[in-house]
Write a protein that binds this ligand. Sequence first.
Ligand SMILES: [Fe+2]
Length: 245
Amino acid sequence: MEDPEVIPMFSSPLFNVQVEEDTDELNESNSYYIGSSQQGNVNKTDYSFRILDRHPRIKNILLSYWKRVNSEYLFNECEHIITTSWITKTEKSEYSQVHWHKNSYFSAVYYHGEYDDKCGDIMFQSPLEKFNDFYTPSSRQNNIFNSDVWGIKPKKNKLIFFPSYVSHQISGHDSDLTRYSLAFNICPVGKYGLGDSFIDTNWYGEKPNIKENLIEEKIESNTGWSFDMLSGNKNTNNMYPGDHQ
Ligand SMILES: [Fe+2]
């Protein structure tokens, strides 16, 4: 039998790149951090969730790496922005809870500090695991087809991107080095989608006054057909937005 073609259907791709530019100025922001033990229950006063706004040059560098990944592998045609960004600090014997990122399309972690072999890995859990009722661990070899968890070792200037729905955590950190990492979220902006899944994120800035905002727009789709958006015409629609008459 010939070797079968193996297709990793519906993958959750993790992109791993090495940043070449100097980003050491991020170390100045290491005092604005979230402790690993505080993730999900942040109570510090000296943290920031927009840390990259203090480093616009680095923000542009990191976003450029994402744009390259997107253009070469995902082919999203819309623009993306970095939304929230924060630094996580992990001391010896600390770890973080399993979590994932909401209100985000892709997430990223950038390792801007110093690391050794005892530093905690970032561990990812398969989002498909809950669909499989059989527990059949491999005694021979773990690979991309049979693994439910996947670990990535931190390394200076390593930048990883992963789908925000993938659960992850920092595993046990046994190093005497303080483990710093910069995390950030990425969202699409502008106009994207089709039909009733079309969105223009500029709508988010509109005032919630329905009568003032009633507009008729023709949205041309890639398939050539068009439709009315938010016509508000009571004579032609049984249902229309927000009128109490
Ligand atoms: Fe996270």
